[in-house]
Every structure is written in C-alpha cells, then in structure tokens.
Design a protein around this ligand. Structure first.
Ligand SMILES: [Zn+2]
Length: 593
C-alpha cells in the first residue's frame, strides 16, 4: 500500500558554505531514504531550506559590511547549488525569509498563545547608557559564566556552545563602543515546556523499539528537567511577534530556533501552493497513515524530539492546559527522529576558521558526487562518531567503487558489446547461474528493509555483497576463455548483465548518477531516477529566489526487472574515475593547522 512519507531534513544555516560534515549528517542520508521510499511506491514529500535568521548571520554580515539579507541571499544560493550538485532530491528546498514562512510561523505562535502555552516573562535586557537604546544580544561580549571563555556573546558562547543570557556574562561590554551596558527590566515570551511533560512522555514512550536507542534515551532524559524556554530575543533580524504592541517593534523578534523548526511545515505549505493544490500538504501532516521522518545531526535532537513535538502538541491543544487546534487544524508529530553522530576530519573537529574543512563545492570540483555519497553511506557517522580521512576515501573509491562495482559493470557490458553487440539470449542455465540470479533477486527484500529503517550502512553493505558474488562468479566462469563455446558465453554474460541491472537498482538510492548511466547503457529509455534542479521563483511579484525541486517520477522501482535479450549494447565508458593515491598528500596540504 502506498504511504505518504514526509522527509523533513534539517535546515542548513546560511552564514557560510556547508562542508562535508554537514551533508553527511542530514543531506545524503535523507536523500538515500527518500529515493528508496519513492522506488518502493510511496508518496514522498522531502522539504527543507536555508535557516537565515538569528545572531550569527548578523555577526557575519557586520563583519563583511553587508546587510543580513544580502548575506543570506548569497549563502542561500551557494547552499542550494551545492545540495543540487550532490543530487539531493528535495521536492522543495526553500528559505526562512519568505512571506509564506513568516505567515506560518506567526500562525503557530498564535495557536500556542491562544491555548495558553506562551506567556510573557520579565527578564533583564541590556541598554546602552550613552544612547538609551536597546543593545541587541550579539553586541554584548563578556566572559562565559560556564566555561570562562572571554569572547562569549550575549546569546551564546562559541567556545562551549551553551546558550546564554547577556545578564549572566561576567564583565559585559558593548562591542559597539566598549561601554558597560545597563540592565533594565524587559519583557520576553516563553514557551511553557513543563506543560508538555506528560504528553511528551507518552509520545516518547510510544517510540520504544522504533527510534535509534541513543536518540530516544537522550530525549527521555530531557524530560527530567523541562524549563520554560525563551522564544523571543532582543534582536532586529527575525520574524516579528504577531501581537498588538509587538508586531512593529524593531528590537524584538522571535528567536531563530522557533522560526526554523516551523520550516518543515511552512515549506510543505509552500510546496503545495506551487503544486497548484494549496491543501496538498495536509496529506502529509493531517493523515493518520502518513509518517514523518526528521533527519539531522545529534546536536539538533533537542529541537526535533522535544521542542518541535511540544510546539505541535500545544498548537493542537494537547498539553496540560488542553485547548483547541489552531486554524490549520491538528498537526501530526514526528514519527521518527533520525539523528546522525558527528564526522571529524583527519582526527580533528571541522573548523572553518582553522581551515580544518572541505566545503561541498570544493569537494565536488575535484571528485564525483557519487564517490562522496558512497563514502558517507558506507563509512559515515550513522550510529557513532567517525573520522573522514583522505586515504580511506581514496582506498574505498579505488577498491570498492572502481575495482568491484565499476569493473563488474564495465567488463560485463564491454564483453557482451564486443562479442554480440547486444544483450545475449541465454541458453540452458547451470546451478551456478541460477544461484547468482537467485542471490541478486533475493537482495531486494533485506536491502529494502534496512533502507526503510534508515540503516544505510547495512543496506549498502548487503547490496555490495551481490556485487562481490557477481565478480566471483565471473572469475570462476571465465567467459573470456570461451571463444569456442559462444552459447555458454552468452548464458554467462546474460546472467552477469542481469545481476548488473539488479545491483544498479539496489544501488540507485545511494548512487543515482551512475545508476542512471547504467540504465541507459542497458538500453533503458527515459529517466530512471530523477535528479534535482534549481528554479527561480517569487512570491507574487516579490523578490526572486532559487529553490531546489524536481520531477522524481522516473522509471525506477524497487524490484528485479528482467533484461531484454537483443537490446543493442555499445562499449561503455568507465563509471568511476580511479584516483591517484597522490591526491591524499595534495588534500592534506590544503588543510590548515
Ligand atoms: Zn562558554
């Protein structure tokens, strides 16, 4: 039965280009999952976009002497282009600075507010004594009260990563003129997380045995200490607070995390509008049979397993104070939170400032997207922190992609093309022939089951077992020695080509570009697995912006398909370039200390 599957992918922050650690956590895994689900016949809606509000964008914009909007415009485009080049099949990849996003965020705020789950609280805010004006959090610097780092900002310490309040900084100073700010009473809005302790507890308990155990354990632990959480900030770059007396204030906006998590919903709504059926999003959000899968790195579990479910419960009127659903109607909570661990780079943490980094764009200027996707699937941080090393990348590329898979495709097709010019008709099959055909047919069940559970490493390992079996078969059957027995040679090559075709299908979610090439080499017509593209759009005459979208209704289905004898074959070109081991030294020389 066809199911509606929402693939909700973490929103990359638009303060700079993204590196391969980022895309190994949220990007590639969510695309493998979505491509598999589409092939399995499900209706996938894969959404995300760039997260463009908040202090770090403003700080970076100040540093570069541009406006926050200009900075966000620049990196929104860079990131959209990079994710497209990686082949990530978003139905819509948009951004948080659209009118649509503002409207949906404000609707969620109002629903929570009307149900009594948002309340004002007086806190201490900074003002500049010389001007009397509010001093936004990012303009205050001081010593972190938690780790002692002396360059902490008013809202966050970049050293220990904790969120801070400016009033807690030791020895606070204005970054504008060095004066000591004065703290006066100011009002902010809080999300009443303790009101969801019961509802969140039942929700999380119902996920036992379904979620990755580390994610569930982390989320359950958070329940022990639920505190009201500030959702507004002294900040000028963000979504306005939709209440009278607040809407037009330049110094108060919604906190960036509050608006960013609503993005999954707002992007679904935007996608529906662009599809011509403005209510289409409801099939993924208000449907008891739909499932929502959220992909992210482990630093974001708190927002997806605790805060976003709490916001949805509150909007639906399902916290301790009850209430009724807002005007959109009751919304579905995440079915599964699929969190990745962290990737390190040659044993060190990624760091743009120390140049311990490789950006997606630089990577793809020298290597193929499928080579990176393969590495992430087979050696990425799926269930534990893992280290990216250039030597492992080159070894896996040359030993697995080129020598095992690429070589199987190449020698099977080129031998058949050279000797017969077409896919040969098989004669009587031997036990060895039948065993291999059965082996590759039988792989669809277990590989699909692993993909459906987001166990990507197991899935690609099992798919590659088929490739290894096929190489072993060719080595044993030695069709190249059978010049005098063309009938037997035809049978062997027919079997090899059928298994190449099956393996190409099994590997499509991981390696869409090369699978599309193999599909064409074996005589396939039309598109096998659709690829994303960038389109320029606007909102009724507003500013234009790029989105990622695509038509993913290709021929690819998750099943064995018999090849057709007589299909003409041409000698193939190599699928994957072999890498010179010297690139390891070149790449290491590019890394900073
Ligand atoms: Zn700190």
């Amino acid at each position: 039965m066809s199911q509606h599957i929402l693939t909700a992918v973490a929103w990359p922050y638009a303060n700079g280009p993204r590196h391969i650690g980022h895309v190994s956590g949220f990007g590639v895994p969510s695309d493998i999952f979505s491509r598999y689900q589409r092939m399995a016949g499900n209706k996938v809606l894969m959404v995300s976009g760039t997260d463009e509000h908040g202090t770090p964008i403003q700080v970076q914009a100040d540093k570069e002497g541009v406006t926050a909007r200009e900075l966000a415009d620049r990196y929104n485009r860079v990131i959209a282009e990079d994710l497209t080049a990686l082949g990530l099949s978003y139905d819509l990849f948009t951004r948080t600075t659209t009118r649509n996003h503002y409207a949906v965020v404000q609707e969620i705020f109002k629903g929570l507010y009307d149900n009594g789950y948002i309340f004002p609280r007086t806190t201490m805010g900074a003002i500049s004594p010389s001007t009397g004006r509010t001093l936004p959090d990012r303009y205050i610097e001081g010593t972190c009260p938690i780790c002692g780092y002396d360059g902490a900002r008013g809202d966050q310490c970049d050293n220990c990563g904790n969120q801070l309040d400016p009033v807690d900084l030791i020895n606070p100073k204005s970054r504008i003129n060095g004066e000591t700010p004065v703290f006066v009473e100011t009002e902010h809005f809080m999300l009443d997380l303790p009101a969801f302790a019961g509802a969140l507890g039942s929700y999380l308990q119902s996920k036992q045995g379904e979620w990755r155990p580390n994610v569930l354990k982390f989320a359950l632990n958070l329940l022990d200490d639920l505190q009201p959480r500030a959702i507004s900030r002294d900040l000028d770059w963000g979504v306005p607070i939709p209440l009278d007396g607040w809407r037009d204030r330049p110094d108060k906006k919604l906190y960036v995390w509050f608006d960013a998590v609503v993005g999954y919903l707002s992007a679904s709504v935007e996608w529906a509008k662009r599809s011509g059926d403005p209510d289409a999003w409801r099939q993924w959000w208000q449907n008891p049979d739909a499932r929502g899968y959220y992909f992210m790195g482990k630093d974001n579990i708190v927002f997806h397993a605790e805060i976003w479910p709490a916001m949805l419960l509150g909007y639906n009127g399902q916290g301790s104070r009850d209430g009724s659903p807002g005007s959109l109607g009751a919304l579905d909570l995440p079915s599964e939170v699929v969190s990745s661990e962290f990737l390190t780079m040659e044993g060190r943490k990624f760091s743009s400032s120390r140049q311990v980094v490789i950006y997606v764009r630089d990577f793809l200027s020298r290597y193929d997207a499928d080579a990176l996707r393969y590495y992430i699937a087979v050696a990425g941080p799926e269930t534990q922190d893992t280290d990216f090393t250039w030597s492992e990348f080159v070894n896996r590329n040359n030993g697995e992609l080129v020598a095992a898979w690429g070589n199987l495709v190449n020698r099977s097709i080129s031998m058949a093309a050279k000797n017969f010019g077409e896919i040969p008709e098989p004669g009587e099959l031997t036990d060895a022939d039948r065993a291999l055909l059965e082996r590759s047919r039988a792989a669809f069940g277990p590989v699909g089951a692993e993909l459906g559970r987001s166990r990507f490493k197991n899935a690609i390992t099992e798919a590659f077992d088929v490739v290894r079996e096929a190489n072993k078969y060719l080595a044993e059957q030695e069709p190249w020695k059978l010049k005098g027995d063309p009938e037997r040679q035809k049978s062997i090559l027919h079997v090899a080509l059928q298994v190449v075709d099956d393996a190409k299908t099994l590997l499509t979610p991981f390696l869409p570009t090369s699978s599309n090439k193999i599909y064409a080499m074996l005589g396939g017509e039309g598109v096998w697995s659709g690829m994303p593209e960038i389109r320029e759009v606007d909102e009724e005459g507003g500013a234009r912006y790029p989105v990622i979208t695509g038509d993913y209704t290709g021929a690819a289905t998750w099943e064995h398909r018999p090849i057709r004898p007589g299909t003409p074959l041409a000698p193939p070109t190599p699928l994957f370039p072999k890498l010179d081991p010297k690139v390891v030294d070149d790449e290491l020389a590019r890394l900073g200390g």
